[in-house]
Write a protein that binds this ligand. Sequence first.
Ligand code: BDR
Ligand code: CA
Length: 312
Amino acid sequence: MEKTKIILDCDPGHDDAVAITLAANSDKIDLLGITVVAGNQTLEKTQINARNVCQWLGVDVPVYAGCGQPMVREKMIAGDIHGETGLDGPVFPPLTKELEKEHAVDFIVKTLMESDGDITMVTTGPMTNLAMAMRMEPAIIPKIKQIVLMGGAYTNGNVTPAAEFNIIADADAAYVCFTSGRPITMMGLDVTRKVLCYPEIVDRMEKIGNKASKLFADLMRFFCKTQKEVFGWEGGPLHDPVTIAWLIDPSVVTLKPMHVDIDIRSVQSYGRTNCDFFGYGGQEPTANVAIDIDAAKFWDIVEAGLRRYSEA
Ligand code: BDR
Ligand code: CA
């Protein structure tokens, strides 16, 4: 079977790091490049984190740094969840993997323009890089096969009652992407909060005993601690890997087509993904929104992905 070609645009970030782990070594996915954006931490830190993860795993995928701030508003980071480095927990050896010289937005534009329209854009951070690429070269828009994002919620947010981090951190960028007319699959908090990484899951993955499982355990032990402090859960929601798990096995997530508007105007609900769950508005659906996830199947996909890496 032909692999799904993807560009993974991310802001590592603990759950982004797991998304990279699953995407980089799957027999279903061809990871063309990792593009990095500011989000969980500053760009300076997130691009280092992406390279550290690749180097640790022995993954030979180019890493490009993109936008260090949102399109319009001031930068917002998530140090309370991801720590000072954006990837607190694991200790990495000295970094030798180089950052590509090309800007992430240039890479996205060039790669899409040269493609046959068969590339999926996966975003697991603020959507700045993709939106900037669309504004810089609108001819890429019809070349995007589909956009798969972790972001938003039709229920509660995690930064405000209304808004989820990846959307509120650059709501203008999300607006550009959601109005692009390309097929969108949205993995929001509604489902990612159903895959809480409890201590027994961390133990299960750690037992695999390879580099990927060690990284997973080191990441999750820190992530679960901050998630407990901030949200009170015993396990951290493994948000970002839901995008990759769905590309590997679409039966893991249940989707529902909805009209989705990104709120870039109001004060209280700024950054909300207004999802017309019941179709009241009578407008055409603009996204397939995840409404349920098979958690047991999800953890099996994660375990299988970690096992694909060689021993220690
Ligand atoms: C999203 O925000 C980030 O903190 C996570 O990496 C995830 O992409 C969850 O709201
Ligand atoms: Ca992320």
